[in-house]
Design a protein around this ligand. Structure first.
Ligand code: DI6
Ligand code: FE
Length: 402
């Protein structure tokens, strides 16, 4: 089946960020075969189907490369405490925060996790998102971590989306291991990782004063890589704990948050080819003051991604467009940086470079069409969604007024 998408302006988000003003895309089944100016279309092309885009902008389908969208319950009462001055770290130290969601998630069935995750996933899909990363990390016991990963796979099977899963067993110390963090990490390394390795695309951890040390994450990453799993890391979110250096040493796909990262961290990430994932919704919802070192990332050529961090604590919400807006307003990213941050660089953060995230021949045919006049409108609107069509693997899966 040959499909022609025509009469669109195209931001390819490829290595050269090509733009075509009178563009067209040819898709064979689920793969992009040709992209360019319409007047250069291969002579004699016979499409089985033509989709007319009436001058809309076409970008790669968006990629949300950092979410915790499978969880049970909510933490609105904690949000109220935080807005009246209690810190996120203090609530965590009292046994609230992540552990509060762990209690709710352990009590939920797989069906309930799917039910509760579904509206959050649909909220992302309505914004032209076609690939989503989903983490475990609210089980902190083998069966519940496995149940979260199954729920993520079921959500993928139900929707036109590619899901990339990360095992985040090292998210917080479960109460059963109180005072025995090293033993917990050993258990994850020796028992859980081998069992769950076939179900996950990567291994993640939370490297922070209130979570795990750089040395513990180093050990976890050694075990993950011995099983052939790539790694990513939440780090330098609330303080600098040396996580970026560990991530870089292990050639991590991504290092996420990074508000407290230094120039030396930026250099290490650049050398390792690790993507720095900006999570401005968490920065905003925690009323953080420390800005990530964006200029250092730029100077050293660290690829920047932007993600929603959808979770019930530090980033309650399910909007990648809002994250893009906040990345521009709060972090000073340009419209081009945020667009690449949710396409090409986000694909790289998931190990999908060369497969998704750019409109080039050979990539999966995932697109978003936008009712906007200018690419500068991406990350400009807050609380308004100009996506009017999404295409997943060559099929139109969303059409909406915008
Ligand atoms: N950083 C985050 O932003 C989330 N996890 C993490 O390590 C927050 C998770 C939560 O508060 O539930
Ligand atoms: Fe997170």
């Amino acid at each position: 089946m040959l499909t022609l998408f025509r009469h669109c302006r195209i931001a390819t988000c490829d290595d050269h960020s090509h733009v075509f003003d009178h563009g067209a895309v040819v898709v064979r089944d689920d793969v992009i075969e040709w992209v360019g100016e319409e007047h250069d279309l291969p002579a004699g092309l016979r499409a089985d189907r033509t989709i007319e885009l009436a001058g809309r902008w076409l970008t790669p389908g968006l990629i949300d490369c950092h979410t915790h969208l499978v969880f049970a319950g909510q933490r609105a009462a904690e949000f109220a405490r935080r807005t009246s001055g209690t810190s996120y770290a203090d609530i965590a130290r009292e046994g609230g925060g992540i552990l509060s969601t762990v209690r709710a998630t352990r009590a939920a069935s797989e069906d309930e996790l799917v039910e509760q995750g579904r509206p959050r996933l649909r909220s992302l899909l309505a914004e032209g998102v076609t690939t989503v990363e989903i983490k475990s990390g609210y089980g902190l016991e083998l069966q519940t971590e496995a149940r979260m990963l199954c729920a993520a796979r079921r959500l993928e099977a139900e929707h036109p989306v590619t899901v990339s899963t990360s095992l985040l067993a090292a998210h917080a110390l479960p109460p059963e291991f109180e005072g025995r963090a090293d033993e917990y990490i050993d258990t994850v390394c020796s028992d859980w990782l081998p069992e769950l390795a076939v179900r996950v695309d990567a291994v993640d951890a939370y490297c922070e004063d209130i979570a795990f040390s750089a040395t513990q994450c180093d050990r976890l990453f050694g075990a993950a890589r011995a099983l052939g799993l790539p790694v990513r890391l939440h780090t330098e979110q609330l303080s600098n704990v040396g996580g970026s250096q560990v991530a870089a040493r292990h050639g991590a796909l991504s290092c996420d948050h990074l508000e407290y990262a230094t120039e030396a961290d930026a250099l290490a990430l650049a050398r390792a080819g690790t993507v720095a994932v900006m999570l401005p919704v968490a920065f905003y919802a925690l009323a953080e003051k420390q800005l990530p070192p964006i200029d250092a990332f730029r100077r050293h050529g660290v690829p920047l991604a932007v993600a929603s961090d959808c979770n019930p604590g530090s980033a309650p919400g399910a909007s990648l467009l809002l994250a893009m807006n906040m990345a521009r307003r709060l972090f000073g990213l340009t419209s081009e940086e945020v667009l690449l941050g949710v396409t090409r660089h986000a694909a790289r953060a998931l190990g999908l470079a060369g497969q998704r995230g750019s409109l080039v021949p050979g990539h999966g045919a995932d697109f978003a069409a936008w009712s906007i006049d200018s690419l500068d409108e991406l990350g400009y609107w807050a609380g308004f969604n100009p996506c009017s069509m999404a295409v997943k693997d060559g099929t139109v899966v969303l059409e909406r007024d915008a």
